[in-house]
Design a protein. Structure first.
Length: 404
C-alpha cells in the first residue's frame, strides 16, 4: 500500500470511528454467544443471496450449519469505511454473529482483524470463501493452531480465466490465469479441506494439485418446484439472468445480442428477450430496446421464470456450476446453453435439445423449443431428474463431511 493510500485509509477510519462513537455503536465482546462448535466464514462481501449464485450457495450452507447447532460468525473482506450493511440484519435474524465496524467498551475502533483475534480462541473451523479471501486471511486465522482451514474455491478461477483467454487471446487474461493458478495451488497446500463446486472443477484441479483426499464437492442447492406451471401457449419471450460484476455474464449477453438473436429474428422477428441482473454496466444498458429489454436488478424474478418460454445462457467461458441453470430447472423452464453453462448438470437425452456451441446451433435450439410444444414439455418434465444431485439432503451430507 502506498503512503498516500495508507494515510487516506487512516483518515477514513478515523472519520468512521468518530461517527460510531457519536452513534454509540459499541461491541461488548463478553456478550458474544458461542456454540459448542463454531465456524468463522469470511467472504468478499456479506453474501447477497438474491443477487448472485455464489452468495445464494453460501446462504444455504450457513442455514445448514445453523440447523445443526454450529455457531456461525460472518465477516466481509471490505475496508471498514466501505462496509455495506444492507444484508447484515437478515443474517443476524437467522442467528449469525456478523462483524460490523464498531468501537469496543474502551473506545477503541474494532477492525475486522481485531474482531477475528478476539473470537479466534473459540473458533473450530475457518471457512474461507474464494481464492483471494483465503490468501488474505489464512495466516491470521491459523494463529489458532487447532483451527481447521477450509478453502471454498467457489469456482476454479484459473480455469475460468484460461477459458476466457482461449476465447479472447488477451495476454493480460492469460497472466491473470497464471496468477490465480499459483494462488489456488498454494491455498490448496495450506488448507485442511478443499471444497470444489463440481466434479469437473475437481478433475481440472487434480492436474495441478494431487491430494484428492482433501477435496469435497459441494455444489449449489436446487429444489425442483413441484407446482402448477404456466402452460406453453401462455408463455412468451426469452429470459436471461446473471450478475454483471461477473464478466462471463457480460460476454454471454453480448454474444446473445450480436450473434444469436439476429439469427433467431430472421425466423421470428416477434421474439423478445428480457435480461435481468445486478450491477449492469453501461455496455449492457446500451443494448436496451423494445425487443431486447435490459432491466438490471429485480428483487423477485420468479415472474420471469413462470412466464418466459425459454431460458437462455450462452456462456462462452467460466467455471463451476452455474446457478442460473439450476434456477431455470427449479421452475421447469426449458433452457438453451453451452457446454460451459451445462457443466455439472447431466441433461441425459435432453442434451441434444439444450446444448450447443455455435451461434447458429444455439439459435436453432431456441427456435425449436420456442415453437414445438411437445419438445418443450419433454425438456420441462426432465428438469426434476436433472436436479436430483443438487438436493438439500445431498449438499447437507457434503457440508457435514467437511466438518467431521
Amino acid at each position: 500500500m502506498s503512503i498516500y493510500k495508507g494515510l487516506r485509509l487512516k483518515y477514513k477510519n478515523h472519520q468512521l470511528k468518530v461517527a460510531l462513537t457519536k452513534a454509540k455503536k459499541v461491541l461488548d465482546f463478553s456478550k458474544i454467544p458461542y456454540a459448542n462448535k463454531n465456524v468463522l466464514i469470511i467472504d468478499s462481501i456479506i453474501p447477497e443471496f438474491d443477487k448472485d449464485s455464489g452468495s445464494r450457495r453460501l446462504f444455504k450452507i450457513i442455514n445448514i450449519l445453523l440447523s445443526h447447532g454450529f455457531g456461525v460468525f460472518l465477516i466481509a473482506d471490505k475496508k471498514e469505511y466501505k462496509y455495506n450493511t444492507d444484508y447484515v440484519a437478515h443474517y443476524k435474524k437467522l442467528g449469525v454473529v456478523v462483524y460490523e465496524p464498531s468501537i469496543d467498551q474502551t473506545g477503541a475502533f474494532v477492525t475486522k482483524e481485531t474482531f477475528i483475534e478476539a473470537i479466534l480462541p473459540k473458533i473450530d473451523f475457518a471457512w474461507l470463501h474464494r481464492a483471494d479471501v483465503f490468501k488474505t486471511y489464512s495466516q491470521l486465522v491459523s494463529s489458532n493452531k487447532s483451527i481447521k482451514l477450509i478453502y471454498d474455491m467457489v469456482d476454479f478461477h484459473y480455469l475460468r480465466f484460461i477459458r476466457e483467454w482461449e476465447n479472447t487471446k488477451d495476454s493480460k487474461t492469460k497472466m491473470e490465469a497464471e496468477k490465480y493458478l499459483d494462488i489456488e495451488v498454494e491455498n490448496c497446500r495450506l488448507a485442511d479441506k478443499i471444497i470444489t463446486i463440481s466434479e469437473q472443477d475437481k478433475n481440472a484441479l487434480k492436474e495441478f494439485y494431487s491430494e484428492e483426499n482433501k477435496m469435497v464437492t459441494i455444489g449449489n442447492v436446487h429444489q425442483f418446484l413441484d407446482v402448477k406451471k404456466t402452460p406453453f401457449k401462455h408463455r412468451e419471450g426469452l429470459f436471461f439472468v446473471g450478475g454483471f460484476s461477473h464478466k462471463p455474464n457480460q460476454d454471454a449477453v453480448l454474444f446473445l445480442y450480436h450473434d444469436i438473436m439476429p439469427l433467431v429474428w430472421k425466423k421470428n422477428k416477434h421474439i423478445k428477450v428480457t435480461i435481468v441482473g445486478s450491477y449492469p454496466t453501461k455496455d449492457m444498458l446500451d443494448l436496451n430496446s423494445d425487443r431486447f429489454k435490459v432491466l438490471g436488478y429485480v428483487e423477485d424474478i420468479s415472474e420471469y421464470f413462470n412466464t418466459s418460454r425459454v431460458f437462455v445462457a450462452p456462456l462462452r467461458y467460466g467455471a463451476g456450476v452455474k446457478g442460473k441453470i439450476g434456477q431455470s430447472l427449479e421452475y421447469g423452464l426449458p433452457l438453451v446453453t453451452t457446454p460451459i453453462g451445462a457443466e455439472g448438470f447431466d441433461f441425459k437425452a435432453q442434451a441434444d435439445h439444450v446444448i450447443d456451441t455455435k451461434a447458429q446451433g444455439l439459435a436453432n435450439k431456441i427456435l425449436k423449443l420456442y415453437q414445438d410444444e411437445t419438445v418443450w414439455e419433454e425438456v420441462s418434465e426432465a428438469s426434476k431428474e436433472v436436479l436430483e444431485p443438487f438436493s438439500i439432503s445431498h449438499i447437507e451430507e457434503q457440508v457435514l463431511k467437511v466438518l467431521k
